[in-house]
Design a protein around this ligand. Structure first.
Ligand SMILES: *C1O[C@H](CO)[C@@H](O)[C@H](O)[C@H]1NC(C)=O
Ligand SMILES: *[C@@H]1O[C@H](CO)[C@@H](O)[C@H](O)[C@H]1NC(C)=O
Ligand SMILES: *[C@@H]1O[C@H](CO)[C@@H](O)[C@H](O)[C@H]1NC(C)=O
Ligand SMILES: *[C@@H]1O[C@H](CO)[C@@H](O)[C@H](O)[C@H]1NC(C)=O
Ligand SMILES: *[C@@H]1O[C@H](CO)[C@@H](O)[C@H](O)[C@H]1NC(C)=O
Length: 798
């Protein structure tokens, strides 16, 4: 307290209280508390203080000391000159006199204060006054009163360090920086005290003793401003009296604040490649709000979609919507919060990324393997490199799209999930290999790796092909081989009765890429028929077994066999047969349906399947089936059939079907027996007659045989089983060396001595017996059908 207040002030105040205590007069006591002034007595001098413009009561005890006495005159002197008087003997206002010093401002107040009341105090009123009191009886008394006039200082003005006046708000300043507030006060007598206050706390004082000329200024320096200084209110006061409250000026401090925290809020991991991720980053503490940026791998991400400032919570939020890529896995995502007003205010939150992705697989051949030199019998190793997060839980291998199973017995060995060994590879194992790795994100298949196995050419079709060729007519023979690498050369050889001849290279074309060679061949004479063989050669060597083609004279086809009726209804039936030898040319197959009235349906097809419609209900029909090619028609096969009655209930039809199947089965068995018999006969015959039937199938139609058999009385329909033991049948169909248009009645007539009511008009023709050698022949025909009607007359023998 002492330090802050001028010494004189304290001293006087203390003295004033002492004297007040000493003086028992109530008026004296009152003097000390007159508003706007203060009095004290020192020695014989009573001191009174007042501020300029205020009021003062200059005390002067005018009470007569004796009871029977009374006041006569009060005179006030300044420097021994009278300035005011009050004469009790003059009644009314004229008893008061005042000189120019006080004028109208002063007035003697007898009761109750007994003092000279002065209004509107001027600085020039500062002086020591004497008050002389005359009584009627008692002796005159004198009092001395010193009037101290206080001049108030100006209202303080606050400046910043650049001399700019601050009103209201100071700053904004940077957090962590320094700032100065200068409070300037002018005037004041006595010299005012200047103080900086924060709330009630005094921060700095410029005491009265620290004399400065002109204005007095007190500087408040704040070093390293902290966020506590934000909105701090600083008050500068100036005072030189306790009579009035101090003059004051106030500023509020505004600060720029650095961001305090930054945090990536949504940390849910893992993320998935290709799936949009939303991440929030939150920063607090900055003022004004911080700027948030996202960084990944040293680059700023621009896919920030939202930044919002929640100033009430002094928080800034930023939303990143971004689609992770595979290469982002393991990188660190950074959210930075910074403030433009600060150089090094940036703070960061980091998030190491865990990004899941579909495995990426890559296949490679074993280290020491030459992909172009894998031969049959080699061991081949594959590795599968998998790049996956999370790691793949399984790896599977495929060969040409077929899953490979661990099978050491077959030489397929899967080890350690990422290795595949193929022991003793064959050419069938060539092809495309892939490995597929799987994790929760999905399956990743490697690009296919082609394994090539070097092998010699092989014929694509195993069986010997029969090719029908007419004399003087060019036909082409196609040789197709499989080989790796593709064949370089082809070689054609003709084996005929004259021996083995190599075919000139200009007679055939070679398409090495497709492994194909086409020989254009025109038989000029009988000797040109025989066996053609084709051999290709590639890097691995020459084809071991050639592709063999038996060149036969083109001939009329064999008839269809083993015909079966399906789906017999009241109006239709489906028919299938087995096709026979096509005569070396392309064939058509014809089914004619005859009724008593004539031809009902004539259906031609490229295959031995017919759908015969519009037959009419419950009709007895004869179906005639034959094949035809450019060389002529085959023998006919015919059988009877009856369509279902229109109104017959379904159940009946079904029963009929069932019966049919049973009959069919019996017939099938019978047929089989017949065929076996037939084959047995053939075998017997072959043993006796020919050594040239090694070629399987009907391909026993070899030239020599055919020439031999040309003279034989008949060719045998496999469906026709002779009753007479001495018959030539069965024997293979024959092929004449010189093919001529067939004589009409040389075609073997199918004997159909059936008891069917509707004999077709062509009956006569059908019943023509084989006449190629003029001999009349008997045949038995076996027809397999599913028709109930035929049950009675399925087999007929002539
Ligand atoms: C603003 O941020 C500061 C620092 O984190 C904190 O102390 C203050 O409470 C915050 N204000 C509000 C309103 O949340
Ligand atoms: C060709 O005929 C000869 C002898 O005539 C025979 O040794 C050879 O195997 C025959 N080649 C073919 C492919 O039939
Ligand atoms: C005839 O066809 C039946 C039924 O489809 C079959 O079981 C039988 O083996 C065939 N016969 C011949 C000689 O193909
Ligand atoms: C019978 O006919 C139906 C309809 O036409 C057909 O879907 C079915 O395959 C036929 N059945 C046979 C054995 O042909
Ligand atoms: C049936 O059609 C074929 C080929 O269209 C024909 O050759 C044949 O003569 C026809 N049959 C009858 C009896 O008209």
């Amino acid at each position: 307290m002492n330090a802050m207040q001028p010494a004189w002030f304290t001293e006087r105040t203390v003295l004033a209280f002492l004297l007040t205590a000493v003086s028992s007069s109530p008026s004296a006591t009152q003097n000390t508390v007159i508003t706007g002034s203060q009095s004290a007595v020192t020695g014989t001098v009573t001191r009174v203080s007042s501020v300029v413009g205020g009021e003062a009561d200059l005390p002067c005890d005018s009470r007569p000391p004796q009871r029977n006495d009374s006041l006569l005159l009060v005179v006030w002197y300044r420097d021994d000159n009278p300035v005011y008087s009050y004469d009790t003997r003059v009644p009314g206002p004229t008893g008061h006199w005042s000189d120019d010093t006080f004028g109208e401002r002063a007035r003697w107040v007898g009761l109750p204060t007994s003092s000279l009341h002065v209004r509107d105090i001027q600085s020039r009123d500062r002086a020591i006054y004497r008050c002389r009191v005359d009584f009627q009886v008692s002796p005159t008394r004198n009092y001395r009163i010193a009037l101290d006039v206080i001049e108030l200082p100006s209202k303080p003005v606050i400046f910043d360090e650049f001399g700019k006046e601050i009103t209201g708000v100071a700053g904004p300043y940077n957090e962590g920086g320094d700032f100065k507030l200068i409070c300037s006060v002018t005037g004041g007598n006595p010299i005012p005290r200047v103080q900086w206050l924060q709330g009630e706390t005094v921060l700095a004082t410029l005491g009265a003793g620290e004399v400065q000329h002109g204005s007095r200024s007190l500087t408040l320096v704040v070093i390293n401003a902290t966020r506590a200084h934000l909105s701090a209110v600083y008050t500068c006061t100036a005072d030189n009296t306790m009579l009035l409250s101090p003059q004051r000026a106030t500023v509020r401090v505004d600060l720029y604040l650095r961001p305090l925290t930054v945090e990536i809020v949504s940390r849910e991991q893992p993320l998935s490649v290709g799936r949009k991720a939303e991440l929030w980053c939150k920063s607090t503490g900055a003022r004004p709000p911080a700027t948030i940026s996202w960084w990944l791998g040293g680059k700023q991400l621009n896919s920030v979609t939202k930044q919002r400032d929640l100033e009430d919570r002094n928080e800034t939020q930023s939303l990143l919507q971004w689609t992770p890529l595979k290469e982002h896995n393991g990188q660190v995502l950074t959210c930075k919060a910074e403030h433009e007003k600060f150089n090094r205010s940036t703070i960061e939150s980091k998030l190491p990324l865990n990004i899941y992705y579909v495995p990426e697989a890559r296949m490679h051949l074993g280290a020491k393997m030459n992909p172009n030199d894998i031969e049959e019998g080699d061991d081949v190793y594959f590795g599968c490199e998998v790049d996956a997060n999370p790691p793949a839980y399984k790896v599977v291998w495929e060969h040409n799209g077929v899953l490979l199973q661990h099978n050491p017995a077959n030489g397929v060995i899967l080890t350690g999930n990422t290795n595949l060994a193929l022991r003793n590879v064959s050419r069938h194992q060539a092809g495309l290999y892939t490995c597929t790795a799987s994790n929760v994100e999905g399956d990743g298949k490697s690009p296919p790796l082609r394994m090539q196995v070097v092998y010699r050419p092989l014929c694509r079709t195993r069986e010997i092909k029969l090719i029908g060729a007419a004399l003087q007519e060019p036909s082409s023979v196609e040789c197709l081989v499989d080989a790796f690498p593709p064949p370089d050369t082809f070689e054609w050889t003709l084996n005929n009765s004259a021996g083995s001849i190599k075919v000139d290279a200009d007679r055939f074309t070679v398409n090495a890429k497709e492994g194909k060679s086409i020989l254009k061949y025109t038989p000029v004479s009988d000797v040109d028929y025989g066996t053609l063989s084709c051999r290709a050669t590639n890097l691995a060597g020459q084809q071991v077994s050639p592709c063999v083609y038996t060149l036969l004279p083109a001939t009329r086809p064999d008839p269809p066999t083993n015909c079966t009726v399906y789906n017999l209804t009241d109006d239709s039936l489906d028919l299938t047969c087995l096709s026979g030898y096509e005569g070396g040319l392309s064939c058509t197959y014809i089914a004619e349906v005859w009724a008593n009235e004539g031809l009902v349906v004539n259906s031609t097809n490229a295959m031995t399947v017919w759908n015969l419609r519009r037959l009419g209900a419950k009709r007895h029909l004869r179906v005639v089936v034959y094949a035809a090619n450019a060389r002529g028609r085959s023998e006919h096969v015919s059988f009877s059939v009856e369509t279902a009655p229109r109104l017959s209930p379904r159940t009946e039809a079904q029963e009929a079907w069932e019966v049919n199947w049973a009959v069919g089965g019996v017939l099938g068995a019978a047929l089989t027996v017949a065929i076996i018999l037939c084959l047995a006969l053939i075998a017997t015959r072959l043993r006796h007659n020919s050594t040239n039937y090694e070629v399987s199938m009907q391909s026993s139609k070899n030239q020599k045989a055919s020439l031999q058999k040309r003279s034989s009385p008949d060719d045998c329909n496999p469906d026709l089983i002779p009753l007479s033991k001495d018959a030539d049948c069965p024997k293979p169909p024959e092929y004449s060396a010189v093919v001529k248009p067939e004589v009409k009645n040389s075609s073997s007539a199918v004997s159909l001595r059936t008891q069917s009511p509707g004999t077709p008009p062509s009956n006569t023709e059908l019943q023509n017996e084989r006449t190629s050698n003029g001999a009349l022949r008997s045949h038995r025909e076996v027809v397999t059908t599913r028709t109930p009607l035929l049950a009675a007359h399925q087999e007929s023998c002539v």
